[in-house]
Design a protein. Structure first.
Length: 126
């Protein structure tokens, strides 16, 4: 594909474990929900079916946890897909958002001046 878009810290863990493409597939399939990770999942499991058995094992071994909350990360996914050359309307359909939302996600990104994606959670010690 093309260049890798910097991801928010809460997505980097998944990318480190399985790479960009499987991370996008994982987030689109399970984002917003909870999933139980195994270090040695079976090939029939939902995770293995979605991202492949090898990636499911790598994710389970990398995170070494049971139940995890999977982030949504739609803004990062939209930017990454746009960098791959996807049209905004196709991104909107894939993310189940409007084309106006995709334009907001990409605001400034097209010209290379976009702010990095960060968590909207307030800093407790600021």
């Amino acid at each position: 594909m093309t260049k890798r878009i910097p991801a928010p810290h809460f997505v980097e863990t998944y990318i480190d474990a399985i790479g960009v493409e499987p991370t996008i597939q994982f987030l689109l399939k399970f984002g917003g929900g909870t999933i139980h990770l195994h270090s040695d999942p079976g090939p029939e499991g939902a995770l293995a079916q979605a991202i492949g058995l090898e990636n499911a094992r790598a994710l389970g071994q990398h995170l070494r946890r049971g139940h995890i909350k999977v982030p949504v990360a739609k803004q990062w996914i939209a930017r990454q897909l746009f960098a791959y050359g996807w049209k905004k309307s196709k991104i909107a359909r894939r993310l189940h958002v409007t084309d106006e939302t995709v334009r907001l996600y990409l605001k400034g990104f097209e010209q290379g001046s976009a702010e990095p994606i960060t968590s909207r959670q307030l800093d407790l010690f600021r």
